[in-house]
Design a protein around this ligand. Structure first.
Ligand SMILES: Nc1ncnc2c1ncn2[C@@H]1O[C@H](COP(=O)(O)OP(=O)(O)OP(=O)(O)O)[C@@H](O)[C@H]1O
Ligand SMILES: [Mg+2]
Length: 246
C-alpha cells in the first residue's frame, strides 16, 4: 500500500521582506510500506522542508500530497495531528529530548496524547521500547547524563513507541561517530522491519545512504534518482528484507 504520493509538490515561504522563497518546486515521490529511501542534497536544498511536509508538520503550497491515505491539503489540522501522532515517527539530528525528564518519561510523551490502551499502558510500552534499544537499565537517566548515542537511542524509542507506519529521520546520525551511527541506523531498521514501516532517511553520509534501497537527491526543488557508486554490500541485507516484506 502506498503511504505517500507526491505529485508536483511545492513549498514557497514568505521572507521577512515579503518576497517569496521557492524552496520546493515540483517534488514527485511515492513511498510504499517497507520502503527504505535515502535523500541527499546540499545544505539549504530543502530536505528538512520536505520531511516536514511528509510528516504533516507543514502544508505544501502547490501540487498534490497524499500521506497515510489523506489528501493533506484538504484535511483539517486536527485530523493531520491525529494521523501524525498515530502513524508517523520523527528522528532528528539533535535528538530533541525533553531536558530534566528521565528516559522513561521522554519515551512516554507521545503516548500521553493517544487514546485507550496505549495511554493506559504507556509506561510498559515505553519500558519495552527502551529495552529494545538497549537502555532497559537506564530508564531513570536524564538526557544530560547520557552520551550522544544513548540520547539518540532514547529519541528512537520515543519515535517508534507508537509503532508508526512511516519513520522520518532527519540526519539521525549527524551528531554521532561512524560506529555509533551505524548501530543507531541498524536499530531503526530492525524496528521498521518488525512493523513493516517505511523509512525515509536524510543523510550526508554515503555509508548511511547505502543502507537504503532507493536513493534520491534533492536538487533545484525536485527529487531525482541517484545511482550509488558500487562499493561494499551494506545495502544488500536491508534490500533483501525490504524485498521480502513487499
Ligand atoms: N519558514 C521559513 N522561512 C524562510 N526561509 C525558510 C523557511 N524554512 C526554510 N527556509 C529556507 O529554505 C531553505 C531550505 O531549508 P531546509 O531547512 O529545508 O534545508 P536543508 O536541505 O534541510 O538544509 P540542511 O542540510 O542545512 O539541514 C533554506 O535556505 C532555509 O533558510
Ligand atoms: Mg535540514
Amino acid at each position: 500500500m502506498s503511504l505517500v504520493q507526491a505529485r508536483g509538490v511545492g513549498r514557497t515561504v514568505e521572507l521577512a521582506d515579503g518576497s517569496p522563497l521557492e524552496i520546493l518546486t515540483g517534488v514527485d515521490l511515492e513511498i510504499a510500506e517497507g520502503d527504505r529511501v535515502s535523500i541527499v542534497g546540499r545544505s539549504g536544498s530543502g530536505k528538512s522542508t520536505l520531511l516536514n511536509l511528509l510528516g504533516l508538520l507543514d502544508l505544501p503550497t502547490a501540487g498534490e500530497l497524499h500521506c497515510l491515505g489523506v489528501d493533506v491539503r484538504r484535511t483539517r489540522s486536527g485530523t493531520r495531528d491525529r494521523l501524525r501522532g498515530d502513524g508517523i515517527g520523527f528522528v532528528f539530528q539533535q535528538f530533541n529530548l525533553l531536558p530534566g525528564r528521565t528516559a522513561l518519561e521522554n519515551v512516554q510523551t507521545p503516548l500521553l496524547y493517544s487514546g485507550g490502551r496505549a495511554f493506559w499502558q504507556r509506561e510498559r510500552l515505553a519500558r519495552e521500547m527502551l529495552d529494545r534499544v538497549g537502555l532497559g537499565e537506564r530508564l531513570d537517566a536524564k538526557p544530560e547524563r547520557l552520551s550522544g548515542g544513548e540520547q539518540q537511542r532514547v529519541a528512537i524509542a520515543r519515535a517508534l513507541v507508537r509503532r508508526p507506519r512511516l519513520i522520518l529521520a532527519d540526519e539521525p546520525t549527524g551528531a554521532l561517530d561512524l560506529e555509533t551511527g551505524a548501530e543507531v541506523m541498524q536499530l531503526i531498521e530492525s524496528v521498521a522491519a518488525e512493523t513493516g514501516a517505511a523509512l525515509v532517511t536524510i543523510t550526508h553520509d554515503p555509508s548511511i545512504a547505502a543502507r537504503s534501497t532507493r536513493h534520491l537527491r534533492l536538487v533545484s526543488g525536485r527529487l531525482e534518482a541517484r545511482e550509488l557508486e558500487p562499493a561494499g554490500g551494506a545495502s544488500t541485507e536491508a534490500g533483501m528484507a525490504a524485498g521480502a516484506a513487499a
